[in-house]
Design a protein around this ligand. Structure first.
Ligand code: GDP
Ligand code: MG
Length: 162
């Protein structure tokens, strides 16, 4: 079965930029679904000989009232559907209270979760990741979705068990 990768995180961290990069093949299929799922976008990609499906989500509100408020329904649905969750945070904005709320949810979720620090272009990788170690989701993985930095290396690792 084709592994499904969900992209989650608060708005503006670069989820759609990463989605576009991961699905740029001409086979990419982007569809809108009605109802609760209307804000999820599905696409297909290929790395080497491995096919995968990616789900983009509209983002999480950033509300500070806890996970129910902070996490949009389609993001939860995307996590449910996924085999792998890429949790994106923004190296330029730094750690945000919404990131912590999302991390709290993901830590108790059974899905394999990767902490991905985007927008590291022009930044020194180690210091860019400084704050994010504290999220308790393991090693932060630095990328620059807009430029492709570390992206195929990440997807290669993520797909290894599949
Ligand atoms: P989303 O709301 O999480 O889907 O974020 P978008 O993909 O729409 O990106 C939000 C903004 O961040 C846009 O202006 C992007 O051009 C910018 N952005 C995305 N990835 C990168 C990156 O790797 N480096 C930099 N510097 N900007 C980025
Ligand atoms: Mg987006």
């Amino acid at each position: 079965m084709t592994p499904v990768i969900a992209l989650v995180g608060r708005p503006n961290v670069g989820k759609s930029t990463l989605f576009n990069r991961l699905t740029r093949s001409r086979d990419a299929l982007v569809a809108d679904f009605p109802g609760l799922t209307r804000d999820r976008k599905y696409g297909n990609g290929l790395l080497g000989n491995k096919a995968y499906t990616v789900i983009d989500t509209g983002g999480i509100s950033g509300d500070e009232e806890g996970i129910d408020a902070a996490m949009a329904e389609q993001s939860l649905a995307a996590i449910d559907e996924a085999d792998i969750v890429l949790f994106l945070v923004d190296a330029r904005a730094g750690l945000n209270v919404a990131d912590e709320a999302i991390a709290n949810h993901l830590r108790v979720n059974q899905k394999k979760t990767w902490l991905v620090v985007n927008k590291t272009d022009g930044l020194e990788e180690h210091s860019a990741m400084g704050d994010f170690w504290g999220l308790g989701l393991g090693d932060p993985w630095p990328i620059a979705a807009a430029h492709g930095r570390n992206v195929s290396q990440l997807i290669d690792l993520v797909l290894e068990p599949f």
